[in-house]
Design a binder for this molecule. Structure first.
Ligand code: ARG
Ligand code: ZN
Length: 487
């Protein structure tokens, strides 16, 4: 009773007093250690470790935007060792106590923020950086990351190799959608475009090719450093720094645009001759797409042709698409069309991948037609003839899912949708739509809703039902009188 209670509650009192005393003692110390909350200004917090993409939520980060990446890399194909310094110029978009960078399979040795050493932790592809001083909302800052490790052959959700793919004599570097982080610390979302300076030191005799134009090459101690600079902002999935036994040639188009081609010397003589002949069509392709879409959006063009057999695909890396092997003429046209459709005008999220691939496939068909191949209508008819249970109709181009990001439906059905749209709104309105789509969204990010709104604006028609059937839902859409066989 009373005595029992007191013996039970007795010890509780001192503990409570002690805890209160600790709290009281801790409060002033914490206030002195940091600047403390400034009235009227938001409390600095940890920036998000994800970029919010519906398919790749872990890619990208919150709380800042990068303006420029200065990458200084050293790569040795024999050991696959990659070491680098990445200097990022960025702006905080919120008050940050810490922020995250995407970095996968490589180890950060140090990070300096505005020149001061920062605390770092690394886990699950995220490099979390805690600067000595929090960053105020709106503050410009630099982050310099020293890092390195051994590269390999990373794979995407569909099983294809991507990112920094080590080859026998170099690297095939193709990041789409979320593998820039396999070779540098990055805010890996398509909405955070930045300019790049990329320098890669490789054993003398090898060539490193990145985006933009070659500034210089210097050789010392058995290493040649290839320094590239890209003045136009690039989405991180479109950067490259491929390494190989390349033959580098530069020509200029009639309009004065530099065309820089790197062709692997390890291809046999026939393969190289075929490659050179096809690459010589690039200026004519640029002219064809300029007539359709408006001026070429970047400061240079060209191609990287590897002799890689692991990747087996091409990517529209900005200014300089990369091809795993000898490209077909149609593939070159496809990747060049992406410079306008995908690279300058970029999907806001990966769910809208069809805005890249549907448009580039349609553009590829348009080049084929202009150069004596089948017409776009013939391509449409051929594909439309596929039976209702064909895979082409099983995937909605407007929401393919991460594993089906590069499914045929995204490409072919997307291109068919655009041809059907042209038939629906008329050639003139469609031509206006293409040009306005590219000019009004140059350098920016877009969604399918943006395309629908512009198509309705240009045509004066209501097109949401059309978009629903062709883009948003699986199933074979009614051809609406487009297929020739139905006419
Ligand atoms: N965007 C490329 C093209 O136009 C395809 C890239 C495939 N990438 C991948 N990770 N599977 O064809
Ligand atoms: Zn493509």
């Amino acid at each position: 009773s009373p005595s029992m209670r007191s013996s039970l509650t007795g010890p509780a009192a001192p503990v409570t007093v002690l805890a209160t005393a600790l709290l009281l003692a801790a409060a002033p110390a914490a206030g002195a250690a940091t600047a403390g909350p400034v009235p009227g200004e938001p409390e600095p917090r940890a920036g998000s470790t994800g970029g919010g993409d519906p398919y790749f939520p872990a890619a990208g980060n919150g709380g800042y935007e990068v303006e420029h990446y200065d990458l200084d890399l050293v790569y040795d194909p024999a050991t696959r060792a990659l070491t680098g310094t990445a200097a990022l110029t960025a702006n905080a978009t919120e008050a940050l106590a810490s922020f995250s960078l995407d970095l996968r399979g490589l180890t950060a040795e140090s990070v300096h923020v505005d020149g001061a050493a920062a605390a770092i932790t690394q886990e699950d592809g995220e490099l979390v950086v805690t600067p000595e001083e929090p960053l105020a909302a709106g503050a410009a800052f630099t982050a310099t990351v020293r890092y390195g490790g051994t590269t390999g052959q990373p794979t995407d959700p569909s099983g294809a190799v991507y990112g920094w793919v080590s080859t026998d004599d170099g690297a095939f570097v193709a990041n789409e959608p979320d593998a820039a982080s396999t070779w540098y610390p990055v805010n890996d979302v398509p909405t955070d475009k930045a300019t790049y300076a990329i320098a890669v030191a490789v054993p003398e005799g090898l060539t490193a090719v990145a985006n933009g134009e070659l500034l210089s090459t210097t050789t010392a101690g058995g290493l040649t450093t290839w320094s590239w600079s890209a003045a136009d902002p690039i989405a991180s999935y479109l950067t490259t720094a491929s390494v190989g036994d390349y033959d580098l040639t530069t020509t200029t188009t009639a309009a004065g645009l530099p065309v820089i081609d790197a062709v692997d010397r390890d291809l046999d003589a026939t393969q190289r001759a075929v490659t050179t002949a096809r690459l010589s069509l690039q200026p004519a392709m640029i002219d064809h797409f300029t007539a359709l879409l408006g001026p070429y959006p970047f400061t240079s063009a060209g191609a990287i042709v590897d002799d890689d057999t692991v990747a087996g695909y091409a990517l529209e890396t900005q200014t300089r698409p990369i091809y795993a092997g000898v490209p077909t003429e149609s593939t070159i046209a496809h990747e060049i069309a992406h410079q306008w459709l995908g690279n300058s005008v970029t999907p806001a999220t990966w769910r809208d991948i069809w805005l890249n691939e549907g448009f580039a496939t349609w553009a590829e068909w348009s080049w084929d037609e202009a150069s004596g191949g089948p017409s776009v209508q013939e391509r449409f008819d051929e594909e439309y003839a596929r039976p209702e249970d064909d895979d082409l109709w099983a995937v909605a181009p407007g929401d393919p899912g991460a594993e089906d990001l590069f499914a045929e439906a995204v490409y072919t059905r997307g291109a068919m949708a655009l041809h059907a749209l042209e038939a629906r709104i008329g050639e003139e309105a469609f031509a206006t739509l293409l040009r306005r789509w590219v000019s009004e969204n140059a350098g920016a990010n877009v969604t399918t809703a943006d395309l629908l709104a512009l198509a309705e604006d240009v045509s004066g028609e209501q097109l949401d039902d059309f978009f629903t059937l062709w883009i948003d839902i699986p199933g074979k859409p009614d051809d609406g009188g487009v297929a020739s066989s139905q006419e």
